[in-house]
Design a protein around this ligand. Sequence first.
Ligand code: LHQ
Length: 259
Amino acid sequence: MTAQPVILVDTRSGVRTLTLNRPDKLNAANNDLILTLTRELQAADADDSVRVIVITAAGRGFCAGQDLGDVSGDHVDFTHHLNTTYNPLIRALRNTGKPVITAVNGIAAGAGASLGLAGDIRLWAQSAAMTQVFSNIALIPDSGSTWFLPRLVGYHRAFELMAFAQKVTADDALKLGLCEHVFPDETFHADVQAYAERLAARPANALKLTKQALQASMTGTLDDALDQESVLQQKAGDSWEHKEGLSAFAEKRPANFVK
Ligand code: LHQ
């Protein structure tokens, strides 16, 4: 019997969908899954036909975090493990200029929760949930959760979610700002594809520059942001997309940002 690929890759209408594919383990992350997902993100970034990247998963779970069967023994080199697996993954996700949608179809736990939070847009299925499960096994949140979560919910709420590994439902996630939309389970993947195609029709260069400006703003001052905007706006303003947007406005027609 041939082994199933740990990441399924599909491209439709400019949308590259990467599907975590270890459903019987709730897509718990082994090295193969993390490294393959990282490579596929880099490949999508380099492929001009790809305008939007979706990360989702097969089965009833999104990602149960680290495959606990793979990290046991008297001494695990956690620092090395993070620096060679999850950290390059989260960096590849954040560094691509293309919009990344994390489509959280089910439980997102541990590093799987971090992955779910890392997208530019987070779409959740109604039955999805997130748990910062790390403290259940006396670890600290990693793979970016200590950075993402307090920026979304504030320090104190983040600490409580982490300390008790509380499960956040989709309805609560929407209220807390952990996701942008919740879609019904039955139509989830079709709804995600339709959303991603709408995003793929937006001006790719402008969105890339918007990501760059927003990400820099997360760690900078207002003065930094104003300076950065003045530089990046020049790049946006010099683009064919901007000319197309202006022409479409003058001609009272929808702009076509896809060449
Ligand atoms: C699993 C897992 C799993 C293997 C469910 N591994 N099989 C850690 C260490 C090192 C370096 C760097 O960073 C990290 C980061 C981390 O991610 S630490 C956090 C690791 N993850 C967890 O501790 C989560 C453990 N899982 C759970 O707490 C539950 O399974 C959740 C809440 C995710 C889902 O609960 P249920 O819906 O009740 O499902 P279940 O527990 O029945 O799981 C279904 C199957 O998946 C089951 O296998 P089985 O053969 O019994 O059907 C689980 O053993 C397996 N599975 N998570 N992480």
